[in-house]
Write a protein that binds this ligand. Sequence first.
Ligand SMILES: [Zn+2]
Ligand SMILES: [Zn+2]
Length: 242
Amino acid sequence: MTWDKRQPFTRASFCEHVYDLARKVTRTYTVDIHGRHRYASQWWLNGEVRVFWEPSIPRQTVDLIVNAVDRRVRETVGLEFTFQLYGNDTSSAEQVSEALVRGQLDPDKLFSLAALEPWRDQARGGRQHADIYITDKQFVGDAGSWAAASFKYGAMMFCLHGLRHHSSDFLRKVALHETNHLLGMYCHCDDYQNVAGLPYTPACNMHYSCSHADLCPKCRTHIECWWQGVQDEAREAGLLRA
Ligand SMILES: [Zn+2]
Ligand SMILES: [Zn+2]
C-alpha cells in the first residue's frame, strides 16, 4: 500500500481511512498458494496464539516475547489473547525447515504454510489461531532483520541467531513492534506524518529501528481504528456476537 506521506488528515478522517481499509481487507483477504487451497484467515476471532520455539532458544527468551505480545495486545485493542506454549513441536519444525532458502528463513513461505495448515482449518478439525515461531535461523537475504509479522497470515517469526537472545531489552522492543504488525498495522510510523492533533514523532515503537518501546498516539489510534473495522466487519458477517 502506498500513499502520499504528506496527505493531510484530521484525526477523524485518519481513523475512517484506517477503519475502511480494515473492513475491506478482512472481507477480501484470501490465501491462495499454487492454486492448492483458498482460505480466508480469521485467526483474530478466537484470540488464540500458539507459540513454537527451537531447542536452542532459552525459555526466558520465549517468556519475554510472549509477555511483550500480551502487553501490547491488552494496551492497544483491550483484548486478552490466549497463548498456547507448544515449544519444539514436530509440525512447526517441519514448517520451519520447509520455509528455509539455503538455510535462511523466508517469512513469505513460513507465513503461507502457517495460514494453510490443517490445524487452523475448522473443516479439518482445526481451530483458527495465530502462530509465533522463535528460531535461531537468519532472516532470508537480510542478516540485519530480527523478525517479521503479518495480520493477514496471523503469524510472527523471530530470527535469533548467534547471541541475539542476550539483547533482551532490544528484543522486547522488537516483539512489541511485531505485535503492532500482527494486530494489523501494515506500515511504519513514517508513512503517515500529517495527522492533525496526532503529531509525528521519531520516538515511537513503529519505526523500523525499534529503538523505542512506546507507541506514539498516532500509531495507537491507527491500531484502535483498524481493530474497530475488523470487529465490525466480523460482527456484520455474523462471526462475532453483537
Ligand atoms: Zn508512531
Ligand atoms: Zn516493522
